[in-house]
Write a protein that binds this ligand. Structure first.
Ligand SMILES: NC(=O)c1ccc[n+]([C@@H]2O[C@H](COP(=O)([O-])OP(=O)(O)OC[C@H]3O[C@@H](n4cnc5c(N)ncnc54)[C@H](O)[C@@H]3O)[C@@H](O)[C@H]2O)c1
Length: 285
């Protein structure tokens, strides 16, 4: 179809869109192969479903094999192929195995969503060396080596999309779970920029999505810790947090997955090195 920038093409473009108006889903990623890390629940699971809806075959990687299996079944129920990889994404050897198993099964790798992440709610003075190592291991080391090992395949193919799930914590969000976590997400934002600059020559786009408040288990843990500390109910704590969001609502995991599918799609071909907030306006940039 001719692009809409040619004004003479507008009537034909509009007619064609009208003819397609019965379609509710856009199949933009037909037969592409996508890895989602931390696929077993929350934002990762939503990414699996939305990528599968958009036509992709999906590799569901998680340290929890049972949940990864459930995610893969969900992708299959949408008519796609799916592979389960049970792996600890803080371990470089496991990351390499995940990439190898993907290529052995599907012969290629088009998209990786580096989503697996960990944290705990803690005041800066209560954080320990164990916290530092545990959180950095998954959130920074894991994301870096997932990018690097995925890029090994994408460079051969001369195309690829790397999408990192960072956080507005990396941009100074005051309500973040802890200072170490904020540091890991800041590191993801910095690595995204450099990776985009260095991998662009291979037609690989690298971007981050920065979620705000998302109703998942990780967020539930934060709310419960705050409720315990303040003597309020989790519902009260959550309502107070949502009241600070300019658009007056938090995110469902699907809100983040929609941005991921967009960044994986041909529509985002010239977007790279960016960190895009999906936060209802909590952090201004
Ligand atoms: N929920 C939020 O409010 C929020 C906000 C900003 C950013 N994020 C980020 O979004 C991402 C997903 O968060 P979520 O809220 O869906 O969390 P979640 O805890 O619901 O899910 C995380 C998933 O990652 C998996 N995982 C954890 N450690 C792993 C490891 N070492 N190897 C493999 N898998 C592992 C878990 O088993 C789980 O399935 C994280 O990177 C998180 O930092 C979340």
């Amino acid at each position: 179809m001719k692009d809409c920038w040619d004004w003479q093409a507008v009537p034909a473009y509009a007619a064609s869109n009208h003819a397609n108006s019965g379609r509710t889903k856009t199949i933009e990623l037909q037969d592409q192969v996508a890895i989602v890390t931390g696929a077993g629940q929350g934002i990762g699971l939503a990414c699996v479903l939305k990528l599968a809806e958009a036509g992709a075959n999906v590799v569901c990687a998680d340290i929890n094999g049972e949940k990864a299996e459930q995610a893969a079944q969900a992708a299959k129920s949408l008519g796609r192929k799916a592979l389960v990889v049970m792996a600890d994404l803080g371990d470089v050897g496991e990351i390499s195995r995940m990439i190898e198993e993907t290529v052995a099964e599907f012969g290629r790798l088009d998209i990786i969503v580096n989503n697996a992440g960990v944290t705990r709610r803690a005041y800066i003075m209560d954080l320990t060396e164990e916290d530092f190592d545990r959180i950095n291991r998954v959130n920074v080391k894991g994301v870096f080596f997932c990018m690097q090992r995925a890029a090994t395949e994408m460079i051969k193919q001369k195309s690829g999309r790397i999408i990192n799930i960072a956080s507005i914590a990396g941009k100074g969000f005051y309500g973040t779970s802890n200072a170490i976590y904020a540091g890991t997400k800041g590191a993801v934002l910095a690595m995204t920029k450099t990776a985009a600059q260095q991998l662009g020559q291979h037609n690989i786009n690298v971007n981050s999505v920065c979620p705000g408040i998302v109703f998942t288990d990780i967020y539930k843990g934060i709310i419960e810790a705050d409720a315990k500390k303040t003597g309020k109910t989790p519902e009260e704590v959550q309502a107070a947090a949502v009241a600070t969001v300019p658009i007056s609502r938090g995110n469902e995991p699907a809100d983040i997955a929609d941005m991921v599918v967009f960044l994986a799609s041909p529509r985002a071909r010239n977007i790279t090195g960016q960190s895009l907030n999906v936060d209802g306006g909590l952090v201004p940039s």
